[in-house]
Design a protein around this ligand. Sequence first.
Ligand SMILES: Nc1ncnc2c1ncn2[C@@H]1O[C@H](COP(=O)(O)OP(=O)(O)OP(=O)(O)O)[C@@H](O)[C@H]1O
Length: 641
Amino acid sequence: MRSSEAPMQTDLFATLDWQDALAQLRDQGLLRDLDVAVARFLQQQCAEAGNEVLLLAAFTSNQQASGHLCLDLNNRDLPTQLWGSNPPPALTALLPGGVDNWLRHLQQSALVSENGGTPLVLDGDRLYLRRNWSREQAVAEAIEARLAGGEPVPVDALRAALARLFPGGDGAHTDWQQVACALAVRGGIGIITGGPGTGKTTTVVRLLGVLQSLAMADGRRLRMRLAAPTGKAAARLTESIGEQLQKLPVDAAVRDAIPTEVTTLHRLLGTRPDSRHFRHHRDNPLHADLVVVDEASMIDMDMMASLLDALDQHTRLILLGDKDQLASVEAGAVMGDLCRDADQGLYTPDTVAYLRQACGADVSPWAGDGAALAQQTAMLRTNWRFKDTPGIGELALAVNGGDPAAVARVFQQQRPGLRGLSLGEETDALTDLLLDGDGQHPGLRALFADVATPPADGQPDSWAAQRLRQLTGQQLLSGLRSGPFGVDALNRSITERLRREGLAGDHDWYPGRPVMMTRNDYQLGLMNGDVGLTLPHPDGLRVAFQLPDGRIKWVLPSRLDSADTVYAMTVHKAQGSEFGHTLLVLPDHPHPLLTRELIYTAVTRAKQAFTLIEHGPPTVLADAVRRRTWRASGLWQKLNR
Ligand SMILES: Nc1ncnc2c1ncn2[C@@H]1O[C@H](COP(=O)(O)OP(=O)(O)OP(=O)(O)O)[C@@H](O)[C@H]1O
């Protein structure tokens, strides 16, 4: 801890009551009640704490609301980011000077240390609330330990296994899928990133095949566990792993020893009712030799810390995901931080030589002096899915490149499956589209007709599974929750239209109403984000949910106190899902919440068709494509020093 001497106060401050000033900042929307409470609590802990430190603590707390783990004082735009270009007078008085001055105050405060022994931690130029710093530190240390450890697979055996599972490479191009497998088995952690359809699932199934066949040749059998952050992502991976496994050229015994069931991270770690703590942790680790987690971009820092804490040191961890997707709404963008250099590779001479030996790949064009983490990271670069609908893949690429002109060009090419509609004020036209579908993907009218006629054969489960599949044929997305183009208003207007047409009933619950869970309900075994469909059941009206293992769970509507109608879904909630036809609605003016990552995530939810619906000028999309999501954290720095 540094000096406990009280920092200097400005004369101007002497005339201000800082509690009033905090209240003013809260009233102006610059702080939340929680942030004000944090500052007040710290002042109680340390009566001589300076106003600068207390205010910076309040802003650090506030940063979490935007997904930041810390306040990055190295960011020269920080003042503008915190309060815009015109600082409120209360701030000019309480927080004088620039960032250098603030750093000096922090360095002198008894509330601040570098090592987590105080409520605030200053790590380099980053100011953290202690809890966030501890979590980030724990994640960095656990990853470092995994990078240093792990049981290496003998290279000759690996090369033979990879050649069996990846037949027919053209030799002219780097086979990144093989590279990913070879790197993943090299240490205690492997990270595989790639856009949609680049073969992440294919690669991981082959990786499981390689590891299990090598272990079984040695008379062992690896315990493998597969997980994803949400139930929907787990269900999707269960399905695609099952399909890929059929094609895997391995002995039946090896195939049987590869799991197909994907669970949610919460279930993997063992949720405990009414507790934030999991059943598995360092004193009761998971029994597994290998854990694969898909959709890793959705994992926030808290969950990543819990996951790493639950793994035994010998357990190999494979993280799969798309680094360019939106990060979790909670604080931290772990996958983005871990994969920051993935495009460049930055493979050291050791890694280049290892890959040549293990799979004959030449990655010398991607050589560099990356840290240990880069040596375990691979980016898949070939899109295999969008061969028939290249428009979606091209659009995703253009969005990712941040070039609005390139995005506009992709739309102008009128590729199959890709459509841009400018609807101006015509909100009815959007509902028409949703009701009628696009020809290839039936709309809500067809869904309501189908849910009205339950099967006479007493097989409600398979019928419900079909209707749920039908529901994912088309999905409207919005980046916003509130406002006329936010999901709340869209869901209201679509419901009203369905009522006017006599499709939706007048009660809250009617056959055909799709709902999404808005919190985890451990008693029902349903997770935040799970989607269900209200359907007639022999016992009465029920809501059908498909569990990750494919079973249908029927729930009484009255049991669902945290479920919202979901004709329109936020892009955040759509992560981990795919829809036959994805429609993204944009508002009539640019909005700070619309970012490149959000648009990219929306586009990549589309399996066969994507429709962009604009209600304003093209600048709304252009502005979003240019704006990057930025998350302040120190994970990358910690793993690269
Ligand atoms: N090397 C390859 N050669 C030919 N086809 C491939 C190859 N890799 C993957 N594919 C095919 O491309 C499609 C997408 O693969 P896969 O599902 O593994 O991608 P993914 O990255 O997991 O996709 P997403 O996570 O976006 O669903 C599948 O049909 C798969 O069979």
